[in-house]
Ligand binder design. Structure first.
Ligand SMILES: [Ca+2]
Ligand SMILES: [Ca+2]
Length: 418
């Protein structure tokens, strides 16, 4: 073929020209069809490339050319896109979605969910984000941060590992998000469905305009620190509840559990005999304490746990939050992962100052653990009533599927004591 072309065969040249013409016609056809599909949205899209801002140190995995060739609203189904990491160790730090919201002017107060799934569409890590992330109007790129999640690593020369991103808006006819699709890649890496359920192929060859933002570990966790307004250390996010709250870790306490100062009351629901342990790839344990005498002040907590992983644990911090029953943050604390050992023990964490608590208050620990390093929290199952939940954020506590009471205790000063 190339030989013939170089000789300039008029027949072959016109054949090539004809093929090119057909390709252009096909593209125009696809464009027209897509515009028709988009007409349901009362307007056509514009296909001007609008690339999202670059993220320093990050790599963007994508199957689209940046121009939208149509868009779809899948209502209660989700958008699945398959990605493949380069060799080595990578963290998913965000997702980019080309889309626009439709429905009422004011965004619904609901959330949509981004889920990292394994190659069999099973959920690995979900992240909730508010609908208000998306604006109405022309579709554009939205870059949505997720807490760094370690993707399946593999070495150079080994078969590549794949993962899926699922984005689900759980919309209906009156509200939802259009997600753009692109026809530039002849292979479709896209499906529809929800995590842990059946994923369906899409009839035409196109890809959702959903991209995965990945980064090496240092960049991934530095970005988290930056988002939280932190410094240049590798520490995970510190979110002080009140402006001016010091974020430096407390000096090691003198040992509340061991010396048991007489003016402190220990609040506990566990029987001191653990029945199991669990780590959290997102968030951490939450626990409530009830019938606390009014005017009591929390000065610290004690956690029965252990450390795992090989990272420099003195540079990784966990965050402690004390909340009222409406999950409003009343105070915070901080600990180093290195406060824990590789064998379980009680570890004391001081709060920043004394925190006056109402009759019922909550503790939430964001352990900032991941697949590589973190804290295992022990739990007790010999309890009648549960006071424990799993937390993602101080205001996002979720019931647990199993009966587990975290082995976490609180230390309070009784009212009237100084
Ligand atoms: Ca395109
Ligand atoms: Ca027990």
């Amino acid at each position: 073929m190339s030989q013939s072309l170089r000789r300039g065969s008029p027949f072959l040249l016109s054949a090539v020209f004809l093929l090119a013409l057909l390709a252009v016609m096909a593209a125009v056809g696809a464009r027209v069809w897509a515009q028709e599909a988009g007409a349901a949205a009362d307007r056509t899209f514009d296909s001007t490339p609008r690339e999202p801002a670059e993220i320093p140190g990050a790599t963007v995995l994508k199957h689209d050319d940046g121009t939208m060739d149509g868009k779809k609203d899948l209502q209660d189904k989700g958008y699945f896109v398959k990605f493949q990491c380069p060799p080595g160790e990578w963290y998913l730090v965000g997702v980019q979605i080309f889309g626009s919201r439709f429905g009422t002017v004011a965004p619904p107060k609901d959330d949509f969910i981004i889920t990292i799934c394994d190659s069999a569409f099973r959920q690995l890590m979900p992240t909730k984000k508010p609908y208000s992330t998306f604006e109405r109007g022309l579709e554009r790129w939205y870059t949505i941060d997720t807490y760094p999640f370690m993707l399946p690593p593999y070495s150079e020369g080994d078969p590549p590992r794949e993962f899926w991103i699922n984005v689900a808006f759980y919309g209906d006819r009156d509200r939802g998000v259009y997600v753009g699709y692109d026809t530039s890649d002849k292979i479709s890496y896209s499906k529809t469905g929800l995590p842990n359920e059946r994923a369906l192929s899409i009839p035409e060859r196109y890809n959702w305009m959903i991209r995965a933002v990945i980064a090496p570990k240092e960049v991934a966790f530095a970005a988290v620190t930056k988002q939280a307004g932190g410094g240049a250390t590798a520490a995970p996010p510190a979110r002080p509840a009140r402006p001016g709250t010091p974020t430096a870790p407390p000096t090691r306490p003198s040992g509340m559990s061991s010396t048991k100062p007489t003016d402190l009351v220990e609040l506990k629901y566990d029987d001191d005999k653990p029945n199991g342990k669990q780590n959290h790839l997102q968030g951490g344990p939450a626990k409530s304490f009830e019938k606390v005498p009014l005017g009591s002040k929390v000065v610290g907590i004690s956690i029965y746990g252990e450390r795992y992983g090989s990272a420099d644990a003195s540079k990784v911090f966990g965050d402690l939050y004390i909340m009222d029953n409406d999950l409003k943050v009343l105070g915070t604390g901080k600990f180093r992962h290195s406060d824990f050992e590789f064998n379980p023990k009680w570890v004391d964490v001081h709060t920043e100052g004394e925190i006056e608590v109402p009759e019922t208050f909550w503790i939430f620990i964001n352990s900032h653990s991941d697949g590589l390093r973190g804290i295992n929290f022990y739990y007790d199952t010999d309890v009648e009533t549960l006071h424990s939940k799993d937390g993602r954020a101080p205001d996002d506590l979720r019931p647990m599927g199993e009966k587990r009471e975290w082995m976490i205790r609180a230390y309070v000063k009784k009212p009237g004591r100084k």
